[in-house]
Design a protein around this ligand. Structure first.
Ligand SMILES: [Zn+2]
Length: 157
């Protein structure tokens, strides 16, 4: 009997696996997210040994292994340290309009930067070192997306 598989081209099917999951934000993450949701304020934590102010806040300094028990209120503005612009959608990214940007923002008062979306910019309008400010969502739920995006700070050049 002839092997029906001989010479057969195997087809490839594209698919997408959706894996919903949840995890605890922990004590530090919860306080941080509550502050964004309820007060539209960014909080960081400060290492008592090296003085690094972490944003997003950390419970322990990864360099000193000290507990970062001191909370620091940070500005809702800072500097865009680096960025990229996306011109096509990706399954892991949800912004509605293309192009969109995302970058590392170092908030005023923080020693470290964090990744977030950038909005309200023209092509070629982003620049490392530019002043940016947070735009908060009107309805906040206790998520990092309570900050819709960062935009060039009004009045900044
Ligand atoms: Zn430290």
């Amino acid at each position: 009997m002839e092997d029906w598989r001989e010479g057969q081209e195997i087809l490839v099917m594209d698919g997408r696996i959706k894996v919903p999951y949840s995890w605890s934000a922990g004590a530090v993450g919860t306080r941080y997210l509550e502050s964004l949701r309820d007060d539209m304020k960014f909080l960081g934590t400060k290492c008592p040994a090296c003085g690094t102010v972490y944003h997003v806040p950390r419970m322990h300094c990864p360099d000193c292994f000290e507990e970062c028990a001191e909370w620091v209120e940070l500005g809702a503005q800072g500097l865009l340290t680096t960025y990229t612009v996306a011109r096509r959608h990706h399954a892991a990214l949800t912004p509605a309009e293309l192009p969109f940007g995302y970058g590392i923002i170092k908030l005023d008062g923080a020693s470290t930067g964090f990744l977030h979306l950038l909005g309200e910019f023209d092509e070629g309008g982003l620049e490392a070192g530019m002043a940016v400010e947070a735009v908060f969502a009107e309805e906040r739920t206790g998520s990092i997306m309570d900050v819709r995006y960062f935009r060039q700070k009004k009045g900044a050049v």
